[in-house]
Design a protein around this ligand. Sequence first.
Ligand SMILES: Cc1cc2nc3c(=O)[nH]c(=O)nc-3n(C[C@H](O)[C@H](O)[C@H](O)COP(=O)(O)OP(=O)(O)OC[C@H]3O[C@@H](n4cnc5c(N)ncnc54)[C@H](O)[C@@H]3O)c2cc1C
Length: 304
Amino acid sequence: MDRHQKAALEKLAGKGIRFNYPMHQRTTYQVGGPVEVLWEARDLLTLKEVIRYLSGESIPYHVLGKGSNLLVTDDGIDGVMILLKGSLATINKGPEDSLIWAGGGLHLTDLMKWCRQKGMSGLEFMAGIPGTVGGAVVMNAGAFGHAIGEKVRNIQCVVPGGKEVLVNRSDLKFSYRRLHVQKNSAIINACLELSRSTPDKVSLKMGDFLKTRKETQPLDAPSAGSVFKNPPGDHAGRLIEKAGLKGRKIGDAMVSEKHANYILNKGNATAKDILSLMELVRFEVKRTSGIDLEPEIKIVGKKA
Ligand SMILES: Cc1cc2nc3c(=O)[nH]c(=O)nc-3n(C[C@H](O)[C@H](O)[C@H](O)COP(=O)(O)OP(=O)(O)OC[C@H]3O[C@@H](n4cnc5c(N)ncnc54)[C@H](O)[C@@H]3O)c2cc1C
């Protein structure tokens, strides 16, 4: 971006704009170089105007959730990272008792808390997934045999050019860890279909899922969750373990001893360490099992 574009963007976006923002502060991996601009969008109108401007100027942009499925490269990112806050991160009741509108920027922990307090059931399996509603919908995040896509009735997005669109259930194509949407759509709301239960029952179910999560996943070091997608009929973790890679390190990046599909940042890992270890894992799994592992985490930023 040139200085005129930065100035125009600052004028349009108003408060909440920061330049050269270090992305390691915004990703659960705690790695990554600076993004040219980080902007906190707080209302729909301004978001639409900014996206219209960025699209018109061909300035690259991404919506950033909690950064819990992201690996940002060490050289950082060109363009703009947009966070959804304020009125873009709220919960509203839908037209029917079982429907809620959850804002794209809403943290899943706040959604889980709301479900517990209101006794609304259906999303208990999501307890412990550290993301936002928008990030979870785009990734079709899930666990224990369920995924959020099962509960999405429709979504509201701002598409490139700044137009707001409503995508109905019949046009939503969810697949394993993916929602097929127009590239660079910002999900601003998801209508979720839940069912009425009681706070105690919802709390109990969430507690069970959280307990299993703690027993099976390494939660004591920074990560972005599972690094690779499970290939059909198998588990990436099993294949990585079979290749003898548990505990393998490059720099401060390490394949977890507890769950081989987690690569942990054991202190001062760089994105390069993590990417090199991912390459090694893919090579060794291909050699030992003949299977090509596909990354689940999203890699963003300039390549060294
Ligand atoms: C300890 C740990 C455990 C995890 N366990 C699980 C698990 O059990 N199951 C699972 O599925 N995942 C898991 N994850 C991964 C991650 O939490 C999920 O994928 C989560 O849904 C990502 O949400 P986010 O808001 O952090 O998205 P980000 O990481 O910020 O972004 C991910 C992608 O979504 C896009 N995006 C984010 N918000 C929006 C939006 N509003 N509109 C459009 N695009 C958007 C980003 O541009 C990016 O491409 C885990 C991660 C960690 C660190």
